[in-house]
Write a protein that binds this ligand. Structure first.
Ligand code: PEP
Ligand code: MN
Length: 344
């Protein structure tokens, strides 16, 4: 495998100072760890769920970003949502544009973007749509290829999912992997920042992506993440970005990719289990308080019977049932002990 393509930069361009300092420190971090930075990302127009959220500074940011390109010889990547924004990016010499997950759900808008970049030299990054629809993602990529864009890449940022999940989005790894099967020569990057929604899991998700053979990573980085005007929880300082990327393993020879991938998935499940168990205990604490205030007994046998039924299904392997019984017994004891602490 070739070295991963590395794109990093803030969620949004907020000020000239923030943009230039982040670019400079990212370059320094890359040099310090022997990494090569391939692009600097920054949102100029931000599609936000809430109308009063920071929605980007608009055109003035393009001037700062073109300065990043000149000063650091770093191609800049900006999200575009309409033809007018493409036109502005072209005017400021921006080298790469990306189609965001929200725009990617609308084929009409994507086609307008494809028409807008038709005669330019942009590299186009196409994020997966918010909906887990492989055909839509494929279609969007085809629109840019048909428009004659020379370099099109895909970016996997996960899919919103209401199920219990410690990441902000569900990875659904099978979808980008199927995309790679469909377009074997397409470069696919992973955006662990938006997938995770928190810096906590970025290393783990990045390593899984590389194990799966992704071609690179787009990671959010901000000089002062705690002061970021958007996505503060998921942005790494440039130094933390360098340290994290330097620890990732890029294997050229993968003797047993299947085993490595399955282990990565197991690690994922363990992470979720550990978070869920901690969450369960917090709920137990809340329940203990309600019982205490209402003078209810800690142990309610019928209730526990229902918990057991959630885990035990007819036809399960007896050895597995035995394991679950033991596990539930320990869980129940821990829960009672915890509730009793509230009554002391
Ligand atoms: C972003 O990369 O800043 C962004 C808004 O991403 P997405 O479209 O994946 O949510
Ligand atoms: Mn963001």
């Amino acid at each position: 495998m070739e070295r991963p393509i590395l794109i990093a930069g803030p969620c949004a361009a907020e000020s000239e100072q923030q943009v230039l300092a982040t670019a400079e420190q990212l370059q320094q971090a890359a040099n310090a760890h022997g990494l090569e930075l391939d692009g600097f990302r920054a949102g100029v127009w931000k599609p936000r769920s809430q109308p009063n959220s920071f929605s980007g500074v608009g055109e003035p940011a393009l001037e700062w970003l073109s300065q990043v390109q000149r000063q650091f010889k770093l191609p800049v990547c900006v999200e575009v949502m309409n033809a007018a924004q493409v036109e502005l990016c072209a005017r400021y010499g921006i080298r790469m544009v990306w189609v965001g997950a929200r725009t990617a759900v609308n084929p009409t808008e994507v086609q307008q973007l494809a028409d807008a970049v038709r005669h330019s030299d942009f590299t186009v990054l196409v994020k997966n749509p918010l909906v887990p629809d492989l055909k839509l993602w494929i279609g969007n990529i085809e629109r840019f290829a048909n428009a004659g864009v020379r370099q099109v890449m895909a970016v996997h940022r996960g899919f919103p999912d209401n199920n219990e999940n410690v990441y902000r989005n569900a990875p659904c790894w099978e979808i980008p992997i199927d995309l790679k099967v469909h377009f074997p020569d397409l470069k696919i990057l992973c955006d662990p920042s938006h997938l995770c929604g928190s810096t906590q899991w970025i290393g783990q998700i990045s390593q899984i992506a590389l194990n799966y053979g992704f071609n690179g990573l787009m990671i959010e980085s901000h000089v002062r993440p705690e002061q970021a005007l958007s996505d503060a929880a998921q942005q790494l300082t440039p130094q933390a970005w360098g340290e994290l990327v330097a620890t990732l393993q890029v294997r050229t020879d993968m003797p047993n990719r299947d085993l490595i991938c399955q282990r990565a998935l197991l690690e994922n499940v363990d992470t979720q289990l550990s978070e869920l168990l901690a969450k369960r205990m917090r709920i137990v604490d809340d329940i203990a308080e309600i019982k205490r205030k209402n003078n209810l007994p800690v142990v309610q046998p019928q209730q526990w019977q229902q918990v057991t039924e959630r885990f035990l299904k007819p036809g399960q392997d007896p050895a597995y049932q035995e394991f679950i019984n033991q596990f539930l017994e320990i869980l129940h004891q821990a829960s009672i002990k915890r509730q009793n602490n509230h009554n002391e």
